[in-house]
Design a protein around this ligand. Sequence first.
Ligand SMILES: [Zn+2]
Length: 264
Amino acid sequence: MKTWIPDERYFAYLTWKQVDALPRGSTLLVLPTAAIEQHGHHLPLATDTLINNLLLGKALSLLPEAMPIYALPPVCYGKSNEHSGFAGTLSVSALTFLAVVRDLGASIAAAGFRKLVLYNTHGGNTSLVDVLARDLRAEFGLRTFSLFGSPGAAFDGVSPQERAYGFHAGEIETAYLLHATPELVHTEEYTTNYIARVDQPELLKPEGSSANFAWLTKDIAPSGVLGDPTGATAQNGERWANDAAARIAELLVEMANFTPRHGA
Ligand SMILES: [Zn+2]
């Protein structure tokens, strides 16, 4: 798959002797988690994985050279059963996802590394990443961090409706890919569906509130898009990606230097 990770920051390009020479206590490893799943008629299955790689790659290229921070190869397959019924969605169960990332955490801890970031760009994995961050800390003593999506990106110009309910293959994801891989965006195939409207507040929300309903894409979005891609531009995609990358770089430095106020 296409990658934006700088070669010198890609863990899998090192030999085992080079890994053995890394400062174990201070090296920060970043494990990307994403998905291979339907993204409407206009975006590729790898959208979440490509966005993860784009933002992380840009962020890593901003870091001071001396900081030992490396990207691991991504866990491309995620928990995507909200998109079941659409050809091309390749989903793993919650238990499989938990088991794979736990095993990777065990390997990382066994090699003597102490600091791990789970960088997730697929919403269906979010609650599992939260569970894993705590469990890897408790079980292996890893100093574990979770990082999601495009932290701090302002997404200026995006409508309140799209900002709230552009969940999937909408303006933001489409803009990112128009910037990163325009050859993979089928701009003549845009479709629009919304799971809820900001101007029609309902008691039950699709997510992120105190009372949510569980949703499946096929119930509400026949094309697979949850949002509206029509306003997307490559220029906005580049601007937002650079914004998000700058914030990710800042957070990675913070994570690398983090010491909790009490305890080890
Ligand atoms: Zn996506």
